[in-house]
Design a protein around this ligand. Structure first.
Ligand code: XIL
Length: 397
């Protein structure tokens, strides 16, 4: 099932607003108007290879093999979505090396697109679980947990839903059925669900989505209750971007979770996406932000980490860019490792070839842990070093 044009356009608008708002979040003068490298240009050349493997570790030490017991290091699994419009094929089913590395490097996976409405529920009352099933079967074979993403969002919704002119009662019914059906199908197989995604604007006001406009804020509690009915064991998360540090939006989430807990609504975690750019300063107070959610008694997780950059004209990131990227990845992981209830850290793809970034941020790229050719970048080694250090009992960072 192809990503619909409408929702793709919506998603691009979202991504652009993410660039603009990240600027406001960190306020250190990034210029998103740099010369662009369009997604259909040839892939960037691989930077010169250097052996950055941290002391005491071996090239064979994968991320999952050095992670502390119980810690989940995850990746989004591509295979559809924007990739179908890009000059790269569906890697999960066509790139054997990529597929193999998912199992070797990670002990948690998130289907990048295949549990979103337009993929899993393409027509009213018609579900298509085939592609999500493949990823979940792979996870089972490789002893991995799965993060389910996502049950209510404003992007990648099918036209029948967005344009259906439904009454509030009908939409409530549609959402309840969707959650019961999708969560129910994977009962016991999905460890964490991103139940609602990106419900606030950066100024902390409620985003005007089909759900909010018809149902008001109560749909969040309803969605959580329905998900809990369908899989009482699944950990139910609320997920967003630009909430790494303490700011208006993360505070809106903090207050909402406080209210939900006070009303005995099943909510178990706060997911921080972690889409950063080295064009901006690193967000402040990341660890303190996680700690305040921890103090409420909910888990925290980084759910979609990548660190993009404006690429030089030759498309090859500089050493300095790669070092800064490594530092940002490491600071997010370090904060997580230092907080008791943060035991899941997912990157939004691990190789630049298949990253969503060049398609959504035209001037930017190189946002993941490995360059084309699956070469480990300094960011990879920084995560490897921090995980190994935490495993041997050291502080995160
Ligand atoms: C992105 C995917 O990576 C793309 O393949 C897709 O075309 C659009 O969505 N926040 C989210 C993710 O919660 O679902 C988005 O994923 C990235 C931003």
């Amino acid at each position: 099932m192809r990503a619909g044009r409408t929702s793709r356009t919506i998603a691009i608008v979202l991504a652009l607003s993410l660039v603009a708002t990240a600027c406001g979040d960190t306020g250190d003068g990034a210029d998103p108007e740099e010369p662009s490298r369009s997604p259909d240009m040839p892939p960037a050349a691989t930077p010169p290879e250097r052996d950055h493997t941290p002391d005491g570790l071996d090239e064979r030490d994968t991320l999952r093999s050095v992670a502390p017991d119980g810690f989940r290091i995850g990746t989004a699994v591509a295979g559809g979505g924007h990739h179908e419009d890009q000059p790269v094929s569906d890697p999960f089913n066509t790139d054997e090396q990529y597929r193999e590395l998912i199992g070797k490097e990670f002990n948690s996976v998130t289907p990048e697109n295949h549990l979103k409405w337009e993929m899993v529920h393409p027509e009213q009352g018609v579900y298509d679980f085939e592609r999500a099933d493949e990823i979940i079967a792979y996870a089972r074979e490789h002893d991995q947990v799965v993060r389910g993403h996502t049950l209510a969002w404003h992007n990648q919704n099918p036209a029948w839903l967005e344009e259906g002119d439904f009454s509030a009662d009908q939409l409530r019914e549609i959402l309840r059925d969707h959650i019961h059906t999708v969560v129910g199908r994977y009962q016991g197989q999905i460890q964490q669900w991103d139940v609602v995604n990106e419900i606030f604007d950066d100024d902390a006001s409620w985003r005007g989505t089909i759900w909010y406009e018809a149902l008001g804020p109560d749909y969040v509690a309803d969605a959580l209750r329905w998900a809990h009915e369908a899989d009482p064991e699944a950990l139910l998360f609320l997920n967003d971007y630009n909430v790494e540090g303490i700011n208006a939006k993360s505070t809106a989430w903090y207050e909402l979770i406080q209210d939900l807990l006070a009303d005995d609504v099943p909510v178990h975690g706060f997911g921080v996406q972690g889409h950063l750019s080295i064009e901006f300063g690193f967000p402040g107070d990341v660890q303190a932000n996680l700690e305040r959610f921890d103090a409420l008694g909910v888990k925290t997780a980084f759910t979609e980490v990548d660190v993009r950059m404006v690429l030089p004209d030759d498309g090859v990131p500089t050493e300095a860019q790669l070092e800064r990227q490594a530092d940002d990845f490491g600071r997010l992981l370090g904060a997580c490792l230092n907080v008791e209830g943060c035991d899941s850290f997912t990157v939004w793809g691990f190789v630049d070839t298949y990253s969503w970034v060049p398609a959504f941020f035209p001037d930017q790229g190189a946002a993941t842990l490995m360059s084309e050719g699956l070469t480990r970048k300094p960011a990879y080694h920084e995560l490897q070093r921090l995980l190994a250090q935490a495993r041997s009992g050291g502080e995160g960072r």
